[in-house]
Write a protein that binds this ligand. Structure first.
Ligand code: 5AD
Length: 344
């Protein structure tokens, strides 16, 4: 396998000049890095880790995720929480359960409460209530990932006290996005702009290996995220989810996912990049591999046990990350979890 010219050139140029950013990769360079294997891939990962260490040292950020509802108005072909899946029993947590779970997250030293749900208006009033309640009681950051909303709703989340919001574009090719989600990419991108206008930090990202996705699509996804200059960016391998139109499709390629993480790390040095649980689902030690490729965030799952299995986001037997797993994964990658005691 040939050496990755792009990665080598990058190391030469950037480290000679002690620059930390490179945002002007060409499509050909991205493609070469995306396909890198063997020693070229190791070089890419080394470069990504050096970039991460320069910005973050060896610390691994931790988010405590609470999945507050599996109701969803969308019907994406890759997701079992689709409104077209009649078999899934739906749940929405109540405000007190969310608040108690947030207290539990904070008691472990995790400083970020991450509220995630399917896209449903039924969560809006709940969030207007729980965000200020969490804010009032706990010294933490609040991160949301609850879908496409009218601009006024994003503004209300911000006013309620949310700090950041993840809305991944999933696939930057409009035809692909529209064929797998049955909705318009333009609307999703407008939502992204609205999130930014509220002043919340923005997360984006894509799924690697979606059925119908070409290599050029992935290259464009990588470039698209770089051009958005997000605060967070995530690459997740596609998982064929039971009970969806895509249940027989092949899983996304782990190496392309790891290479995408590494490219984003190099191009967006201070972005938070998660090592997602889907990596661990498709490969033992997949999340440690994500850290070796330059990721620097892990989400620990705090969803009440009775509801967890119903949050069938990529599989009903998905990998549930516990704090002990996060600790072990950090250790394997020579990192340490960033936990801090509450000031309250
Ligand atoms: N495979 C991989 N990632 C998925 N997601 C949802 N379903 C799948 C799947 N089948 C990801 C999407 C979404 C995030 C919360 O989970 O990228 O933004």
């Amino acid at each position: 396998m040939g050496q990755s010219i792009a990665a080598k050139e990058f190391i030469k140029k950037e480290f000679a000049q002690k620059e930390l950013t490179k945002k002007d990769f060409t499509k050909a360079e991205i493609k070469e890095m995306l396909l890198s294997e063997g020693s070229a891939q190791q070089e890419l990962f080394t470069q990504a880790r050096l970039t991460r260490e320069n910005v973050f040292g060896n610390s691994l950020k931790v988010r405590g995720v609470i999945e507050i509802s599996n109701a969803c108005v969308k019907h994406c072909d890759y997701c079992a929480m689709s409104s077209h899946n009649p078999k899934l029993e739906r749940f929405t947590l109540d405000a007190e359960t969310i608040l108690q779970t947030a207290r539990h997250i904070r008691s472990t030293g995790i400083p970020i409460v991450f509220l995630q749900s399917g896209q449903t208006p039924r969560c809006d009033d709940l969030l207007y209530k729980v965000i200020p309640a969490i804010r009032k009681e706990l010294d933490c950051e609040i991160l949301l990932c609850v879908g496409e909303k009218p601009k006024s709703v994003y503004e209300a989340y911000r006013t309620a006290g949310a700090d950041s919001y993840i809305l991944k574009f999933e696939a930057s090719n409009p035809a692909l996005y529209e064929s797998v989600t049955h909705s318009a990419l333009k609307k999703r991108m407008e939502c992204t702009a609205h999130i930014r206008e509220t002043g919340m930090k923005l997360g984006t990202g894509s799924i690697i290996g979606l059925p119908g996705q070409t290599l050029d699509d992935i290259v464009d996804d990588i470039l698209c995220a770089i051009s958005m200059k997000p605060d967070f960016v995530s690459a997740a391998p596609f998982i064929a989810n039971k009970g969806t139109p895509f249940e027989q499709m092949p899983v996304g390629d782990i190496n392309r996912t790891l290479n995408a993480i590494a490219i984003w790390r190099i191009a967006l040095p201070s972005a938070l990049i998660p090592t997602v649980s889907a990596l661990e689902y498709i490969h033992p030690e997949g999340q440690a591999a994500g850290l070796s490729a330059g990721a620097n965030v892990i989400a620990v799952n705090f969803t009440p046990k009775a509801n967890r299995d119903k949050y069938a986001i990529y599989a009903n037997d998905r990998f549930i990350v516990g704090l002990d797993h996060a600790q072990k994964t950090a250790k394997k990658a020579g990192m340490r979890l960033l936990l801090c005691a509450s000031e309250n």
